[in-house]
Design a binder for this molecule. Structure first.
Ligand code: MN
Length: 196
C-alpha cells in the first residue's frame, strides 16, 4: 500500500499562536512527510507491503514500526486541531472524564503532567480501554495505544522537540498549556463514540 501525506484540514498559519506557521510547515511538511516516505520505502518487499496502516502499527517493530507509528500518530495529532475548536467536551465523553478523573480541570492537569514529565521524545495519550474506562499514558518515541494494545486512542500530544521548539524553545509546559486552545473536542468525541 502506498501511503500519502493527509491534507491538513486548515491553513498552515491557522493554529497560531498556539502552534505557529513555521512549526506546522516543519512538523507537517517535513517530519510527517519524511515518516510517510520512509514507510513507503521500508515496507517494499516485506509482509507489510499491502497491509493497511493500523495492521502495520499493531504488528510491526523496529524501524518499520517507528515510521508507521509516527505516520499514524501525526495523522491523529494534526486532525485533532482546529482554529475554531469545540473548547470543552460534553455528553458521554464529559461524563466519562468526570467518572475517571473527577472533573474536566483535573483531567487536563493530569494529562498535562504526563505530557510535560515524559522524558525525551514521545507522546502523551488519552485512550479508551476495552472495558470503556479512560486512561492516560506516556509512550516513548513512536509508541501509541494501538501498538501497546492498551485501547482506542482519543488524544495524542506530541512532545518530540520538533513539535514545539520553534514556538517555545525549551518551554514544553507552555506548549502543552496552549495545546488545549486548539484541540477540537468535537473530533475527540467522535473518536470516543466510534465514528472515526
Ligand atoms: Mn512529531
Amino acid at each position: 500500500m502506498k501511503f500519502e501525506l493527509p491534507k491538513l484540514p486548515y491553513a498552515v498559519e491557522a493554529l497560531a499562536p498556539a502552534i505557529g506557521k513555521e512549526t506546522v510547515e516543519l512538523h507537517y511538511g517535513k517530519h510527517f512527510l519524511t515518516y510517510v516516505n520512509n514507510l513507503n520505502g521500508l515496507i517494499q518487499g516485506t509482509k507489510f507491503e499491502n497491509a493497511d496502516l493500523e495492521t502495520i502499527v499493531r504488528e510491526s517493530d523496529g524501524v518499520i514500526f517507528n515510521n508507521a507509528g509516527q505516520v499514524w500518530n501525526h495523522d491523529i495529532y494534526f486532525r485533532s486541531f482546529s482554529p475554531f475548536p469545540k473548547s470543552e467536551p460534553s455528553g458521554a465523553l464529559l461524563d466519562a472524564i468526570k467518572k475517571n478523573f473527577g472533573s474536566f480541570g483535573e483531567f487536563k492537569e493530569t494529562f498535562g503532567k504526563a505530557a510535560i514529565s515524559l522524558f525525551g521524545s514521545g507522546w502523551a495519550w488519552l485512550y479508551k480501554t476495552d472495558d470503556g474506562a479512560l486512561a492516560i499514558s506516556q509512550e516513548p518515541n513512536a509508541g501509541n495505544p494501538i501498538h501497546s494494545r492498551t485501547g482506542l486512542p482519543l488524544i495524542g500530544c506530541d512532545v518530540w522537540e520538533h513539535s514545539y521548539y520553534p514556538d517555545y524553545q525549551n518551554r514544553r509546559a507552555d506548549y502543552v498549556r496552549n495545546f488545549w486552545n486548539i484541540l477540537d473536542w468535537k473530533v475527540v468525541e467522535e473518536k470516543f463514540v466510534g465514528k472515526k
